[in-house]
Unconditional design. Structure first.
Length: 233
């Protein structure tokens, strides 16, 4: 695949500059080179997305480029500081949502691992990891949320409201309530270091079309592994 460098040069330069500011040990030119390599490694994905309307295409490509930039910069930081990227601990959404009631109410009662979706055995979470350390991490992250996001999570997880009751409390639709909770949880995940990265695949056009037909599968599932939350419009 021949990359149209003129078409994406401004986007690549913008993202490279953005991440070189966040990771001071990384040079912007090195990030740019890594992003051009991404285009060469994902020709099928680029071809599929370029067939979409202009704004949607750019947003999807920008998300994957940010994922590639973040992955590269994290590896360079790990090398400079002297640790492995694999040593980072990533909190899954299910784990955070399972521990939020304990964090918010302060009851410090470890849920069973079954409740966290790991195994069917009757073990407390602390047997599979340092439960108190996880709660302390989430407490610190929760304290960094703004007041509105804290209130969302208090209502949803502290009071134990389901989506319907939560929506009625706020006087909004269930979909709107779910979106507000998801946004608050996503912000908490980002504060804790972001979602666990997954290797990005280069989908063929047939695979991409098939995924669009799968129930519950959205374009964002092919937009990269972890979305930074800052799309380029």
């Amino acid at each position: 695949m021949v990359v149209d460098t003129d078409k994406y040069d401004q986007l690549v330069a913008h993202i490279a500059y953005e991440f070189s500011r966040k990771f001071h040990m990384v040079d912007a030119d090195d990030v740019r080179q890594e992003l051009w390599i991404w285009f060469l490694e994902h020709p099928n994905k680029v071809k599929t997305w370029e067939a979409l309307d202009g704004k949607q295409s750019i947003k999807l490509i920008a998300r994957s480029l940010r994922n590639a930039a973040k992955d590269y910069c994290q590896k360079q930081k790990a090398q400079a500081v002297g640790y492995r990227v694999e040593d980072n601990y990533y909190y899954d959404r299910e784990l955070i949502e399972a521990l939020l009631p304990s964090v918010i109410r302060g009851d410090l009662v470890a849920p069973s691992i079954q409740d966290l979706g790991y195994i069917t055995g009757k073990k407390v979470a602390s047997e599979g990891g340092n439960w108190f350390a996880m709660v302390a991490d989430i407490q610190r992250g929760f304290a960094r949320l703004d007041e509105k996001q804290m209130s969302m999570l208090y209502l949803r997880f502290g009071d134990g409201c389901d989506n319907k009751t939560f929506a009625n409390e706020l006087g909004i639709s269930e979909d709107a309530a779910r979106m507000r909770v998801n946004r608050s949880v996503n912000n908490l995940i980002n504060i804790l270091g972001g979602s666990k990265p997954r290797r990005e695949r280069d989908y063929t056009e047939e695979e991409a079309n098939a995924r669009e037909l799968e129930p519950g599968t959205a374009d964002i599932s092919m937009a990269g592994d972890e979305v930074s939350g800052q799309d380029l419009d």
